[in-house]
Design a protein around this ligand. Structure first.
Ligand code: ADP
Ligand code: MG
Length: 359
């Protein structure tokens, strides 16, 4: 639904150039909620502004719903009319709502409809429908100044939906809101995603937002996407930073001759009593050092850090059993002097193992 290839944005600011995007390849599937997370300055806003061509990319392409927007930008009158039309199919929600204080709530939503050329009564009817959709039917005649932050953002969302978009872009829509309001706005975005089949690309610096509603996520750093995938894929990727942030599990080995394994559950395996089966099958005592379970995108997902008696060499079979059950099992500590040579986990470098053990 949204694809960028080699997207680059270089800002010229006085005496220097700032590379905000450095070759971003992003792929958002139709109907998914996709979260881009990263610290301040990572390039998230630049990315979202380039996706709807609010900002002209320095190079690279942006395709939304099969249409190459970059090809339309700045190519004569016909192309710019087409670009304007394409942009009505992309809604945008802002952190600070960007409402006009001098207009009523209803008028704020009517504004984009006016620009789209929708006339009088049809415009009001549509705006009222949208207000109803976001749960604010009774606030039509209020002014933005009379609303709470969460209500203002609902108006912002209703306005973004005026052009019946297929895609909704959200730039830190909940960053100015308290946790409870954040939850209700995220729920609204999720509902719209499901009811209207709306594809949502949201950017945030809060991992909780990703955890609450995203099907897929990407981690951005210094203008690049350093990790991306569905939440399930990320959890199944050894050493994934996003997976560690989403499901942090702590705990270190209780003694030298112990093997510590991170087990990731998702989908069906989450509901099966695999750990007790493991314990019974091999007659071993298993300690749980840490665990994090949650529902992500409607699926039960979790990670558990377990400790098995004996060194890695003695646990090859039980670890194989876990993997046969469809679980991801990553050895984080294989007991004294054994881990570095662990043949089952070739991806793991000693450095990654040290990092895991330290925390
Ligand atoms: N209009 C601009 N002119 C110059 N530099 C900019 C402009 N917008 C953003 N930047 C710079 O680009 C980098 C990425 O910014 P931004 O996309 O806003 O990141 P984020 O949204 O992740 O905080 C930052 O170094 C920022 O200072
Ligand atoms: Mg930003």
């Amino acid at each position: 639904m949204i694809t960028t290839t080699g997207l680059t944005k270089v800002y010229q600011s006085r005496d220097r150039e700032v590379t905000a995007l450095d070759g971003v390849d992003l792929h958002v599937r139709e109907g998914e909620v996709y979260g881009v997370i990263g610290q301040s300055g990572a390039g998230k806003s630049s990315l979202i502004r380039c996706v709807n061509l609010l900002e002209r990319p320095t190079s690279g392409t942006v395709t939304v719903a099969g249409q190459d927007l970059t090809a339309l930008a700045g190519r004569g009158r016909r192309a710019s009319a087409e670009l304007r039309r394409a942009r009505t199919r992309i809604g945008m929600v802002f952190q600070h709502f960007n409402l006009l204080d001098s207009r009523t709530v209803l008028d704020n939503i009517e504004l984009p409809l006016e620009i789209l050329g929708v006339s009088g009564q049809a415009r009001t009817r549509k705006a009222r429908e949208l207000l109803d959709l976001v749960g604010l039917a009774d606030k039509a005649k209020s002014y933005p100044g009379q609303l709470s932050g969460g209500q203002k953002q609902r108006v912002g969302i209703a306005r973004a939906l005026a052009g019946d978009p297929q895609v909704l872009l959200s730039d830190e829509a909940t960053s100015a809101l308290d946790p409870e309001t954040t939850r209700s706005i995220l729920q609204l975005l999720r509902d719209l995603n499901q009811q209207l089949g709306l594809t949502v690309l949201l950017i945030t610096h809060e991992m909780d937002v990703v955890k609450t509603i995203c099907d897929s996520a990407a981690l951005m750093r210094r203008g690049r996407i350093v990790e991306s995938g569905t939440v399930g894929e990320l959890l199944a990727t050894p050493g994934s930073e996003l997976a560690d942030e989403l499901f942090p599990v702590g705990g270190t080995a209780s003694g030298p001759d112990r093997t510590v394994v991170d087990v990731t559950f998702h989908g069906e395996s989450a509901s099966q009593p695999v750990i007790s089966q493991l314990s019974r099958t091999y007659n071993i005592d298993i300690s749980i050092l840490g665990a994090a379970m949650d529902t992500v995108g409607g699926k039960q997902i979790g990670r558990m850090r377990i400790e098995l008696p004996g060194r890695f060499e003695e646990n090859v079979v039980p670890i194989g059993f876990l993997r046969e059950q469809g679980l991801q099992a990553e050895v984080v500590d294989g007991g004294s002097a054994a881990t570095a040579a662990a043949p089952l986990v070739p991806e793991q470098t000693p450095a990654a193992i040290t990092k895991e053990v330290v925390k």
